[in-house]
Design a protein. Structure first.
Length: 371
């Protein structure tokens, strides 16, 4: 391969698969075992939940927030929790909060699409990107002079660090090769967790879209794990590890580009999966234990309190009275006001008034999510 030049489009990006020696490296194989074991434990734990869809607004929301923060898009928990508690709040949310919510919607729409068609293809990848960026655009055009530069807070601000491939048919060919690598297990019989690590580098190196490639790639990671039955739902909190180890993430990405140093990249990603799995397991365990404790506590103090209401209050950190009404099959405003007052007196929720709206905070859930 010719010497790498960061100022020239990387059209010599090697296609998949990478050298076969990678799969047989003893250190990688050892790490693959521990990461796979930790991931399997998460999947078992997800199935312990009475309603796994609860994770949409808990762990999946934290993943969405962390993934957008990697791109230097920040929102507060308060803004985020208010936005998901009411669809009218989503429309009035600040731009950063909207970005997080678009990521969450892209994750779950991608999950639904994958459930329907059973495989990852170019159309699915484009749909994820379109949802994240709220656009109808597809792969970037061959004439787009896209380059990756150092961020403003970094040494040598504005300096080009990478020029992704471009040209007629180049992106299409590379994306199709990547999709084939992910789907053709007979032709490429690599362990799926190892494939995910390899494919994530390849996707980011192809950089198929004008913007939003990092977030699209991180969603693709989770959907691929679901597709290969390593996760039943896309709820691995992977982006938090990347934020905490962001410099190593970019260093190891560039090491593959510049020197084909796959080993350090794969070990980084497997460590991310292992550590993230342990963290996600802790979150699920704490949520389940707290749900059980709250249900026991509430039943002694609120005679109408039941499992369905408990699940509703643990489905998101901030609730409106309507969520309890839906769980109880009640619509009367007077009745709901009375119910919410009982929950406040029992210290199950805490009211937070903003203008004419009242939010009911599940402080126990918030404590778990924000630790």
């Amino acid at each position: 391969m010719p010497p790498y030049d960061r100022n020239t489009p990387f059209n010599d990006l090697p296609l998949m698969p990478p050298p076969v020696e990678i799969e047989n490296d003893p250190e990688i194989l050892k790490k693959l075992v521990t990461a796979s074991r930790a991931l399997a434990a998460v999947n078992s734990n997800v199935l312990r939940l009475p309603n796994p869809n609860m994770l949409i607004n808990t762990i999946a929301l934290q993943e969405a927030k962390a993934s957008t923060a990697i791109e230097n898009i920040f929102t507060t928990e308060d803004e985020l929790y208010k936005a998901i508690s009411d669809t009218t709040n989503e429309e009035r949310a600040n731009p950063a909060t909207k970005e997080v919510l678009k990521y969450r919607e892209a994750l779950w729409e991608g999950y639904a699409e994958l459930e329907n068609n059973g495989k990852i293809n170019r159309d699915l990848i484009v749909k994820i990107f379109q949802q994240i960026k709220n656009t109808t655009a597809g792969l970037r055009s061959q004439q787009a002079q896209v380059v990756i530069k150092q961020g403003q807070s970094e040494f040598r601000t504005g300096e080009i660090v990478y020029t992704p491939p471009r040209g007629e048919g180049v992106l299409e060919g590379m994306v199709d090769n990547l999709v084939e690598y992910l789907n053709e297990d007979l032709k490429y019989p690599t362990d799926p967790l190892l494939k995910m690590c390899i494919a994530h580098y390849q996707f980011e190196a192809i950089h198929p879209f004008q913007d939003g490639n990092g977030r699209t790639g991180r969603i693709l990671n989770l959907l691929y794990l679901v597709n290969k039955k390593l996760l039943s739902m896309p709820v691995l909190f992977l982006s938090k590890y990347i934020i905490l180890n962001k410099d190593n993430y970019y260093y190891n990405l560039s090491a593959v580009t510049q020197r084909q140093s796959w080993k350090s990249w794969i070990l980084y990603m497997l460590e991310a999966v292992e550590k993230t799995s342990l963290l996600t397991n802790e979150l699920i365990n704490e949520i389940v234990m707290q749900m059980e404790a709250t249900l026991e506590h509430a039943r002694k103090r609120v005679k109408w309190y039941n499992k369905e209401v408990n699940e509703a209050l643990f489905s998101q950190p901030y609730s409106r009275a309507k969520i309890v009404g839906d769980a109880m099959g009640k619509t009367s405003r007077t009745t709901l006001s009375k119910y919410m007052e009982e929950l406040i007196r029992a210290k199950i929720v805490t009211p937070k008034k903003e203008g004419t709206k009242v939010y009911y905070l599940n402080n126990d859930l918030i404590r778990i999510l924000e630790r």
